[in-house]
Design a protein around this ligand. Structure first.
Ligand SMILES: Nc1ncnc2c1ncn2[C@@H]1O[C@H](COP(=O)(O)OP(=O)(O)OP(=O)(O)O)[C@@H](O)[C@H]1O
Ligand SMILES: O=C(O)C[C@@H](O)[C@H](O)C(=O)CO
Length: 645
């Protein structure tokens, strides 16, 4: 068998590796495990649909992917488009259907392998895909296309996929077929049977058979291979497919992995190239096939031996099965490589802290090579300034948002720290600035040992936060503190960190050591080393200015050694005058990890004092804060130079 041959790809220089074609949906999967769909209390939302998942999965693995589909002209359609963009998927082929709604899928995990599912897809946008949506130059711009089974179920979408196949072949591109059989979407099973995997149908078999000859790679489960051939045994099915097509055939076998057939089908099916499945604990089986295809394509499209592609595919499938959702759970290339090199001690991969960290950190969607934030999450300090006018603190914070917005304009790299106690108006005002990074405190102001504000059950509070808001937790931690105090504070920080990871939010840990001990050259480096040793790997650190460049170099080394994926460090201000901050900004340039600053009182304290005293009006307060923030931004941009991507 010519199993170890490398594939040769089409001529020309395509810009994309792969374009996937077919359905796109918003997946709403129940967050409670072991329950009927009837009883689910809350749903997690993500993009879904076989080709959409594969577009995301391949992008995460480093391929350049694009999707051809239709979405509705509404918020869910926009969510799919925006999420794909965040994932780095080309959306040139994503059309907006003016009349139809985006498809939805509802699912619950009732038991192992039992996931009741409802497709809400009556006359939905993606099924209206037609030949007009298939642009010749666009299709020819990819080395391969992936057509998917469901879109052969309607004449218009079938014509669209067949047009794409013709273009791909005419341009020497590869055609991949994901059989992706959902009987329910062919009208062969009822609304409540969305999870049904097999209903024999001559109509479906004839449609599928008509595609096989044009394919270079065909991927399906045992049931899918049966339906694609119209046969009733696996051996006969594979032989029928082989008689119609010279494609590489990949048979997916759930926990057993897969078998690849490149050439004649052996009578003993185990004589294909067997890729073993990874022994993991099953969480939700749905979405495994699309993850599998993503892994296989990364290998196949880069000319790897089939055995290698199969291993990558099985590992990606295992990741999907061991986590709840589809696309959001697929691994990045770094994560997959780590898993293949190191394995996991956890059968339930979702409990592996190293993998979880890599998953989180290497699939981040927004990047901040620079972050300059106006911090006004102050509570006790503003209460002191406001005196008996504390009820006006929210209005003042909203003015600070206007000031920051005036400085930032439409630029990237700006943000604010705002709080839940007085910052509601400001938070609503900040939605006007979609590019703002927003951080919100969870610490009880001034607490040492660290306590959370409002409730010690921080996890349930975070559920209410927008998904892109960053948790900020200030801890007055000094490495020379009493061991018991350090133990208690570290535990509390770990609680915050674990909640952040569980709920899926960034976390910024602010360490202030200088208020409770001497701030020596190595103080912060020691503090960070201790916190890393306790398993705390925050997305951001917010740190005091250091006395010397050497202190920053040491800090840089600690971060690089413990968490090369850390987003970076922002400097805090501690009410220092501007010229002092400037010196701090300059010294900090010695550390690559330093990305900017989050400064508060230097910017707002004077305006706040005058505004609460009634000697400054709203507009002047905004102008004053904008001038001071703008000045710090100017200093940072001068000392740090242009943003390095
Ligand atoms: N229980 C499992 N343990 C380990 N790996 C698995 C398990 N289930 C699936 N996989 C991996 O995922 C791949 C695809 O799974 P499966 O055969 O269930 O495909 P599928 O039915 O197309 O998936 P989907 O649920 O997305 O439609 C398998 O070939 C295997 O690599
Ligand atoms: O469309 C489906 O089959 C269900 C989706 O929820 C899911 O994203 C998927 O496509 C899995 O293959």
């Amino acid at each position: 068998m010519a199993g170890e041959e490398r594939t040769s790809l089409g001529s020309g220089e395509p810009g994309l590796d792969v374009i996937t074609i077919g359905r796109s949906s918003v997946d709403l999967y129940g967050q409670q495990i072991g329950t009927r769909l009837e009883d689910v209390g809350s749903f997690a939302k993500s993009v879904g649909g076989c080709p959409t998942n594969i577009a995301v999965g391949t992008a995460r693995l480093g391929l350049k992917s694009g999707l051809v589909t239709r979405v509705g002209n509404e918020q869910m359609g926009r969510f799919i488009r925006e999420q794909l963009e965040r994932e780095g998927v080309d959306v040139k082929g994503v059309a907006t259907d003016p009349a139809r709604l985006t498809a939805l899928v509802l699912l619950s995990v009732e038991a192992e392998g039992v996931s009741p599912m409802i497709f809400v897809r009556t006359d939905c946008a993606d099924m209206a895909l037609d030949e007009g949506d298939i642009d010749e130059a666009h299709i020819a711009s990819a080395r391969a296309i992936v057509v998917t089974g469901t879109h052969f179920s309607k004449p218009n979408s079938e014509a669209a996929q067949k047009k794409a196949i013709r273009i791909a072949r005419a341009n020497g591109r590869k055609v991949v077929f994901d059989i992706d059989y959902r009987p329910n979407l062919w009208g062969l099973a009822g609304h409540e049977a969305g999870f049904e995997r097999y209903v024999a149908s001559d109509v479906v078999s004839q449609k599928y058979k008509s595609v096989l000859a044009d394919c270079d790679l065909i991927v399906g489960t045992e049931e899918e291979v049966l339906i694609a051939s119209g046969e009733s045994t696996l051996l006969a099915a594979l032989k029928t497919i082989r008689a119609l097509s010279q494609a590489v055939i990949v048979l997916k076998r759930g926990p057993m992995g897969c078998i690849v057939y490149d050439g004649a089908i052996p009578d003993d099916l185990e004589k294909g190239i067997v890729g073993k499945g990874f022994p993991i604990e099953v969480y939700n089986v749905l979405g495994a096939g699309d993850a599998f295809m993503s892994g296989f394509l990364r290998g196949w499209l880069r000319g790897e031996p089939h055995a290698v592609s199969a291993t990558w595919a099985n590992a990606c499938g295992a990741f999907a099965v061991s986590r709840l959702l589809c696309a959001p759970e697929y691994p990045s290339w770094e994560e997959l490589s780590y898993f293949l090199a190191n394995g996991s001690k956890e059968k339930a991969l979702r409990r592996d802290a190293a993998l979880n960290h890599l998953h989180w950190a290497t699939n981040r969607r927004r990047h901040y090579p620079r972050l300059m934030a106006l911090a006004i999450d102050h509570r006790s300090q503003l209460e002191a300034i406001a005196g008996d006018k504390a009820d006006r603190i929210p209005a003042f914070k909203a003015l600070a948002v206007e000031a920051a917005g005036r400085v930032a304009g439409d630029r990237e790299g700006f943000g604010m720290l705002l709080d839940d106690k007085y910052g509601r108006d400001a938070l609503f005002a900040s939605t006007k600035y979609q590019k703002f990074w927003i951080g919100k405190p969870i610490e009880l102001p001034g607490s040492r040992p660290l306590q959370f504000e409002f409730s010690q059950d921080v996890g349930s509070r975070l559920v209410e936060w927008p998904v892109d808001h960053c948790i900020k937790c200030l801890c007055f931690y000094h490495p020379d503190d009493e061991p018991e105090l350090k133990r208690v504070q570290t535990e509390k920080l770990r609680t915050a960190y674990e909640a952040a990871r569980k709920i899926g939010r960034d976390i910024l840990v602010e360490i202030i050591a200088g208020k409770n001990g001497e701030l020596r050259e190595d103080t912060i480096a020691r503090a960070l080393t201790e916190l890393y040793a306790a398993g705390i790997k925050p997305d951001w650190w917010k740190l005091e200015p250091q006395k010397s460049e050497a202190a920053w170099t040491a800090l840089d080394a600690v971060i690089a050694a413990n968490d090369p994926w850390c987003r970076g460090v922002v400097l805090l201000g501690l009410d220092a005058p501007q010229d002092e901050l400037e010196k701090g900004f300059e010294a900090a340039q010695a550390a690559k990890a330093v990305k900017g600053f989050a400064v508060g009182r230097t910017i707002f304290a004077d305006a706040a004092k005058a505004w609460f005293a009634g000697t400054m009006n709203d507009e002047d307060a905004v102008a004053d804060m904008a001038a001071r923030f703008g000045a710090l931004v100017g200093i940072w941009e001068r000392v740090a130079g242009p943003v390095k991507a």
